[in-house]
Every structure is written in C-alpha cells, then in structure tokens.
Design a protein around this ligand. Sequence first.
Ligand SMILES: [Zn+2]
Length: 135
Amino acid sequence: MKTFQLDFILLLIIYYGSPQNNKIFNLSAIKIDHLLRTELLEMKVPKKTKSICPRCKKHQEFTISIYKKGKKRTLAEGQRRYLRKKRGYGSQPKEVFHKNAKVNKKTTPLLTCSVCGFKKYGRGQRIKKYEIVTK
Ligand SMILES: [Zn+2]
C-alpha cells in the first residue's frame, strides 16, 4: 500500500511538474491526498461488459460509450432564469465561478443493452484520459 502511494506521488510529480519547477510543493498535503483518492490519470475500459438489464430482467451484454451533454435550449425556463440572474435583475449579478479546485471533469459511461437497447449510466469518475478498448 505504501509503495503504491509512493508510485502515485511520483506519477503526480510527473503530471504536475518536476520538483525543480517547484509546482508540486504548491499543492498541499491534503490536496495530494484528495487527488490520490479521487482523481486517476488514465483508465482503459473494455467496449463490452456483462451487466444486469432491468428491462430484460437478466444479465446481458452491454456496449460502453461515453455520455455527452446535449445541446442547451436557450428558450428553456431554467436557462432563461439563469441568464436573467446572471444579468442581475434588481440586484447584484450572479458571480461567475472561478475558484475551481478540481483538475479533471467527470466522465460518465453510457451502457446500452445489446438485446433490447435499454440505456443506463455507469459511475462517473474524474479521470484525465478515459479510453474504451476493443478486444
Ligand atoms: Zn435488455
């Protein structure tokens, strides 16, 4: 376990810059620990897996793809409200978020049943590179 953590710290050094660059020392111990637990660098996922299908009510073969956000509808009520709030109607305008502590965005796998086409989401993870491998 300890050697694994040391390996990971070395990887982090490679990833965030060498100690000569003094970049690694800017990260606090808490943040490094957080990164060790939550953020992976690379993950390879097989294109097909077996999982339970709620529609077929048994295990089926699922194909994995990466979920992508749909296009924003500018006339949707929530979007109109957000734009009004950002402009600041009758008060201070809503602040734009800048203090982002996270390094990577979450990648959500989308699983599709090969028999009935039922779609379900997998667990989203913060990974720099999420790769789907065909065998
Ligand atoms: Zn199914």
